[in-house]
Design a protein around this ligand. Sequence first.
Ligand SMILES: [Zn+2]
Length: 373
Amino acid sequence: MHTIIYFFLCISSLPLYSACSVRVLLEQGDITQTHEWLFVTPKKSFLCIFSNGMLSCNGKKVDTTALRISSTDNRCSYQDNVYAGDIALIIADGHFYVINTIPLEEYVYSVIRSEGWPGWPLEVNKVFAIMVRTYAVHKIMLSKNGKKRARYDIKSTNIHQTYKGVHDLEHLHQAVQETKGLILAYNKQPIVAMYDSCCGGVIPAQLNGFDFKMHPYLARAYPCTYCADCKLYRWKSIYSHDALVKMLHVEFPGLKHIKDIHVLHADKAGKVGQLHVKTTRSNKRISGTIFYRLCKDIKSFCYTIKKEGSNFIFEGKGFGHHVGVCQWGVRGMVKQGFMYKEILDYYYPGTKLMKLTTNSKTSASAYSALAEG
Ligand SMILES: [Zn+2]
């Protein structure tokens, strides 16, 4: 198998790392009983079954617990998506892992489709391509440098970056191509390139709960003023008394009536740390993080609450966690004529662009390959 090995190239020095491809976790789960997976390439389908401690594929027992499906058409469907590259099924330690391995640039091309707005201008997508690539390279480095070799580099959900395999929006190739191999670094290390949809003007440096000493480039000390076009720059959500009781039931089983709810503690940025829920019998506390997770109409962590009749009105700023690149802000900056380098410098102060260079190397596969026929 022929793969591309990437090396970091820094202008001042040449620290070398290899980051040839990215291993994306598509699915993971416990495997206590029978389990089935269906992989479909243009030429053949593979129905893999794990049962009674044995793995079989298309009715034949397989003498391994790590399978690799590699299509000559470079396409394999799994569940609702089509993937390029290889797909591996690994069974180990009572779990199964479905992992897609693809070249980094193809991964970037895929993710800027699912994490961004493909119709936005090229310069916006160039910013997105660099931050998505940087985030992935950081994850690759973490998995390579960990004490124990990780089975995968990155998850395919928004816990890391949403990845849905191949798509046909050809114009996004230009953004990837024109930024090929570019990543952001701080002290010559790939940064944790966090991003959210709309920061709402919240100042990240004033947020509690982030390790800004470790990641000083995330401590932007000035407000983003470019995302006001987003409809969630300021938002309002109304919960009826009964709806809120229902939402909070998971945390407080038996809850029947809420007299009032208010913010007990917020940090300087306005991020809600803890809330006070007054009931007829007692006062309860709930963390802002849990409250955010339970109430889907609460769009961010910065909001105020007021009671009107039997309704609770939440008014907040932005959509997401408020740290790193503000995607709507990037759009606003591009509209005003800023270029990708200036924009990245604005959102990740103190970082530098670095270039990955390519080399070729042959790598051996650790998996048993399944043949198409
Ligand atoms: Zn913003």
